[in-house]
Design a protein around this ligand. Structure first.
Ligand code: 5GP
Ligand code: MG
Length: 178
């Protein structure tokens, strides 16, 4: 596979679609096992997770629901700086088994806001599943319950992940050429 150029940066092939499929199949098997008969509600976080969610839930057999949320960030006061907010929650989470589906977890700032916000809706259980996890960048204490693929701290694109809007449609995952 050739390198790709997005805006001013070049990226080289890193995780191919076959490896992604394999990791998702394995993750779906674990979820299948843990959520048998629990009718889980999968909550995908837009935009990055759309391909991951589409592929994962087709491997999950049995009753489940799927919905999407989006994080919006706005400028707070000088002291609070950037404030992240969860947008688009329509379903009641009360007494539901909820699984957040993320494309990538880096510092954990985003997932912290998500967990804190969704916990207030009193789900029966709340877990996190992510396609990609950067354990060396992660700064929070919340356990990341399901990780399909662990990676280093380098910037990745493809399979839903973008660099300034571009690259989400790449079938494989690419890593930045520094
Ligand atoms: P966190 O809040 O965990 O630091 O990072 C969450 C968000 O940062 C992700 O949802 C994603 O939008 C972005 N991000 C972190 N690492 C990467 C990366 O390697 N590639 C891309 N495209 N986005 C990333
Ligand atoms: Mg994201």
């Amino acid at each position: 596979m050739p390198n790709v150029q997005l805006h001013d940066k070049s990226f080289r092939p890193f995780i191919n679609k076959g490896q992604i499929n394999e990791a998702i199949l394995k993750l779906a098997g674990k979820l299948q096992n843990d959520y048998e008969g629990k009718k889980p509600l999968f909550l995908g976080i837009l935009n990055g997770s759309f391909l991951f969610v589409a592929d994962l839930i087709r491997e999950f057999e049995g009753e489940c629901e799927v919905s999407f949320l989006r994080m919006a960030s706005y400028e707070g006061t000088e002291t609070t700086g950037k404030v992240n907010q969860v947008m688009g929650l329509k379903e009641s989470l009360k007494d539901r088994h909820v699984i957040i589906l993320e494309d990538i977890i880096d510092t954990g700032n985003t997932i912290e806001v998500l967990i804190e916000t969704l916990k207030k809706e009193n789900p029966k259980s709340l877990k996190v599943a992510t396609l990609l996890f950067k354990p060396n960048a992660y700064k929070k204490l919340y356990p990341i319950d399901y990780v399909a693929i662990s990676v280093g701290n380098e910037f990745l694109v493809g399979y839903g992940l973008d660099y300034d809007g571009l690259g989400r449609n790449l079938k494989d995952i690419y890593i930045i050429n520094e």
